[in-house]
Write a protein that binds this ligand. Sequence first.
Ligand code: PLP
Length: 377
Amino acid sequence: MKVPFFDLSPQFQLVGDEVKSALDEVFKSQQFILGKKVELLEQAIAQYCQTPYAIGVASGSDALLLSLMALGIGPGDEVLIPPFTFFATAGAVSRVGATPVFVDIDPTTYNIDPSQIEKKITPRTKAIIPVHLFGQCVDMDPLLKIGTERRLFVIEDAAQALGAEYKPHHSKGRRAGEIGDLGCFSFYPTKNLGAFGDAGMVVTNDPQLAEKIRLLRAHGSKPKYYHKWIGINSRLDTLQAAILLVKFKYLETWTLERQRRAERYSLLFDDLLPSVPGLQLPTIQYENRHIFNQYVVRVPERDRLRKFLTEAGIGTDIYYPLPLHLQECYGFLKHKQGDFPVSERAAQETLALPIYPELTEEQQTLVVDRIRAFYKR
Ligand SMILES: Cc1ncc(COP(=O)(O)O)c(C=O)c1O
């Protein structure tokens, strides 16, 4: 038996017919840019995120870019981000001409460590981008407090966290994306809600920001050919919206199935935990609603274990092997190894195991059995 790291084919078997007829509707309508399907998806996502506004855009990367543009962030400004995230978080900051300033992460959640934010704030700092990595919210209360006190915008990079909740059992429990000024989502195919290509969304509680992003995604024009802002072309494709609307109906079930598989991994790992020094399973803070876009473990012998699993037919992945401060393109920031030790260690020790709604019990048992075999050698 093989265990692929990720496999979308069973999902396609489930939704394929519905998707094909939804696409057929778009073909018949011949409306390929924005229109009803995009509006319906925006409404569905806004409601799901408990925000009044959602704006469909071309990708999660553009959601971040448009958010920074809407807030007027540009050359001379600094934006605080974690170095342990997908490149798009930093890329968007650089694309608007601002400078990414890194803040190290928490070693258990791999999310930005709010206690290290203050010391990175300068008179140029304009915003913080907390990334809800792997599907769990950043510890937002201390971060929002700093944001409010220091007058910084908060843009949530919720690309991996649609449906995640921060402190759901507290009176102030909130959904990913609606906590900061703007929340950015990705519908990249591997996400809990994945398109058949690229797509993204920005959500907000602020009507003015919503309107500005709506204009910016279409070259800043209103009415057509009259340009209030210099925007870009970044609309959510109508065909992708049609697909996402079909898949959205299954999102909650799929997320519950992912959470079940995460629980099952915890049980399967139970006996291994005490005998493998340094093994760390995903840690859920404050009983957060973690949507398990990824199930990431920490193992000191990560590369050797990964090779062993690959040879045993078990797919894994590494998110992310090189933190952003050490990327070649950020050489001009003059960072060096050791600047962000927690991120650097995470990049060396973390391994993403297969997690998707259709992953079977037998497959999960095999994954953990093989890991057990690795440590027994
Ligand atoms: C944390 C994070 N930010 C941003 C993005 C960018 O999203 P997209 O791939 O839709 O451009 C991703 C996508 O993988 C991501 O994981």
